[in-house]
Design a binder for this molecule. Structure first.
Ligand code: TRP
Length: 463
């Protein structure tokens, strides 16, 4: 019996991979990075990074997965380079770390869905107390991890694919409804202008660095999530067009999230969007007030829909994060899938408890670490994010492209892409991917990794 799962068709794979990509990063973070980083100028730059830099990495990950039909650790061994298994293990570790804090934030979002469904608009003003209430957010975190594990335990086609095929179209429908509704609100135009008017003068190295990191994280790259999903894809799949569709969906949803969000903020502030303090806290602190002003019934519906959207986006991402260690346990450690899922989910939930406690409940985890040169401590949740995603993902991407170009070798990568896309050889895309994987991606990702180390942990700010 073939214990490995499989996506049943191309749409199933794309829905699942786009589901992994579209997450809190798109809806929680992207809009504010755009607004604070030059509006449309940021969007253009972001799209360029997605396609020029991230797309080749995505193609590489999917190709490694599909070629070997293995989890990220087994994949490097199956290609004949058992020494590179460490890179797969680093990916598994990154997935575990990221999921441990991501699930906490996803739980907040899910809790907000419940709160707004029952019309508790006050929750925005109580955000600090809310995330501090370990009983409550702990429960939401358990529910969220449970839902994630439940889907993953049902397997690749019966769980991940099935859930993605329902959640992703629903997510698109909800976001479109909210975009259209937000456009009808007073001051919508001011919101959109604030979001999009290009301000090239705001683009500096810091903004470029943020855009690169955001693009890489948002596309779920650098830890083998797409090696894992790629390993469930059949050989006749065209990797290039699939990766393009995944990238377009991710960037498209992020863009729509901003179109929906800023009219809400403009509505609340009577057009004075810039009086509101930006940043990711805004979603949890400010938006409930905007929903309240829409009236009891509409506000409740729109508010609940908004946080349902956020929860769905997060769920398809937590699913992919959990699948990476699960695939490793199933393929390499020969653990039965159901056991692997529930055991790993429990372990990661427990690993996330310090993150749950790091917003005031526990002084130790709240003031967890003070980086060199920093004047304030960093809490545990942010610390795990800085290690698991900001640092390990660019490092993973750097090593992955070095591996593909110089160890596994480009002609093998190209041959794998050609399977499923017979006309690939000699195309401009082939030449570009070869160039990017050999030179551009390792250089840029290596630089991001070093800059992150320096600025995050060592207090050295190059710019
Ligand atoms: N891309 C997701 C987001 O934007 C997060 C995510 C899910 C992720 N799976 C991943 C990030 C794997 C890196 C690697 O929210």
């Amino acid at each position: 019996m073939n214990a490995r799962g499989h996506f049943s068709n191309r749409f199933g794979f794309i829905a699942a991979a786009a589901g992994s990509a579209v997450g809190l990063g798109n809806i929680w973070k992207f809009p504010f990075e755009v607004a604070g980083g030059g509006g449309a100028a940021f969007v253009i730059m972001y799209l360029l990074f997605c396609f020029l830099l991230c797309f080749p990495v995505m193609v590489t990950e999917i190709a490694i997965g599909r070629k070997t039909q293995k989890d990220p650790v087994g994949a490097f061994a199956a290609l004949g380079f058992p020494k590179w298994k460490f890179l797969g293990k680093m990916g598994v570790l990154a997935g575990v770390l990221i999921l441990s804090f991501y699930n906490v934030v996803a739980g907040w979002a899910f809790g907000y869905f419940i709160q707004l469904s029952i019309g508790n608009f006050e929750i925005g003003n109580q955000f600090g107390d809310y995330i501090n209430n370990i009983g409550r957010v702990g429960l939401y975190g358990i529910v969220f991890m449970f839902a994630t594990a439940y889907v993953v335990s049902k397997g690749v086609s019966g769980g991940i694919e099935k859930a993605s095929k329902i959640l992703m179209p629903t997510l698109v429908a909800i976001i479109l409804i909210l975009v259209v509704y937000s456009m009808t609100l007073p001051h919508a135009f001011e919101g959109i202008s604030y979001y999009l008017i290009p301000q090239f003068s705001e683009i500096n190295f810091r903004v470029i660095y943020n855009a690169l990191g955001q693009a890489f994280f948002s596309l779920s790259l650098g830890m083998g999530a797409l090696i894992t999903y790629g390993s469930y894809v059949s050989k006749d799949n065209n990797i290039i067009s699939s990766a393009a569709l995944i990238t377009i969906s991710d960037a498209g949803i992020a863009f729509l999230a901003g179109l929906m969000m800023f009219p809400f903020v403009a509505f609340l502030t009577n057009g004075a969007v810039d009086t509101v303090e930006g940043g990711p806290g805004l979603i949890f602190q400010v938006l409930p007030g905007a929903f309240e002003s829409m009236g009891l019934v509409i506000g409740r519906i729109v508010g609940a829909l908004f946080f349902l959207l956020l929860s769905f986006a997060a769920l398809t991402s937590t699913i992919s994060l959990l699948e990476v260690p699960v695939a490793y346990a199933v393929d390499e450690l020969k653990v039965q899938r159901t056991y692997a899922v529930w055991f790993i989910a429990l372990f990661i939930f427990l690993l996330g408890v310090p993150s749950l406690l790091s917003n005031g409940d526990s002084q130790f985890f709240t003031n967890f670490i003070t980086y060199l040169g920093a004047d304030k401590p960093t809490n545990f949740l942010d610390f795990i994010g800085h290690v698991g995603s900001d640092t390990m993902l660019p490092l993973g991407g750097f090593l992955m492209t070095i591996f593909a170009a110089y160890v596994w070798k480009k002609h093998n990568l190209n041959k794998e892409i050609e399977t499923g896309y017979p006309g690939f050889k000699g195309t401009f895309i082939e030449k570009y991917i070869d160039f990017a994987v050999s030179y551009l991606c390792p250089t840029v990702l290596g630089i991001i990794f070093i800059l992150t180390l320096l600025s995050r942990f060592l207090g050295v700010h190059v710019f």
